[in-house]
Write a protein that binds this ligand. Structure first.
Ligand code: AR6
Length: 170
């Protein structure tokens, strides 16, 4: 069991056990939330990512948070939207599931996600929100741990999409 909530804000400010990074497969930084996380964590984050040798789409790898308020960063490359027939939904679900499992394995009680894949990677927001909320709900229902999960939306439109998708699960 556990809980889920949507908030609006800047994930680099999150005071939680782990934040999730919308990374790319190199894990060596980029723009968007990835760039913001690397800037806020400081250069040690990049140094910690180099020996990880990248990460496959849908998988997740852990580093410390360094100068972030969050203790850990879980890096997961989401799928690039290619029209919806290239396993995008399955890969996006894998990102959420693998990140949650990694957080739980690490003993985290609180984990914050950004809206994976809906920026540069072009995943349609409503569809991404549906996959994310469904995957989180299923994972929480199956888990024995008390994990508090939050979706940190950068803007109001994104927050609304995830709130709607969560409510639609019934
Ligand atoms: N806090 C919370 N959400 C944020 C923040 C922040 N500080 N900054 C941006 N967002 P994106 P993707 C939101 O493009 O689509 C990078 O270059 C943003 O508004 O960051 O998975 C990586 O290196 C959007 O809603 O991630 C990859 O190459 C969401 O975060 C690529 O972009 C995700 O947008 C990954 O693309």
């Amino acid at each position: 069991m556990g809980s889920f909530e949507v908030i609006q804000g800047d994930i680099t400010q999150s005071q939680v056990d782990a934040i999730v990074n919308a990374a790319n497969t190199t894990l060596l930084g980029g723009g968007g939330v990835d760039g913001a996380i690397h800037r806020a964590a400081g250069p040690q984050l990049f140094a910690a990512c180099v020996p990880l040798n990248g990460c496959r789409t849908g998988e997740a790898k852990l580093t410390p948070g360094f100068e972030l308020p969050a203790k850990w960063v879980i890096h997961t490359p989401g799928p690039v939207w290619q029209g919806g027939h290239h396993h995008e939904a399955e890969l996006l679900a894998n990102c959420y599931r693998n990140s949650l499992t990694l957080a739980a394995t690490q003993g985290c009680r609180t984990v914050d996600f950004p809206s994976l894949s809906t920026g540069v990677y072009g995943y349609p927001l409503a569809a991404a929100a549906q996959v994310a909320t469904q995957t989180i709900a299923t994972w929480l229902a199956a888990s024995k741990q008390e994990l508090r999960v939050r979706l940190v939306a950068f803007d109001a439109t994104t927050a609304q999409a995830y709130r709607q998708a969560w409510a639609a699960l019934g």
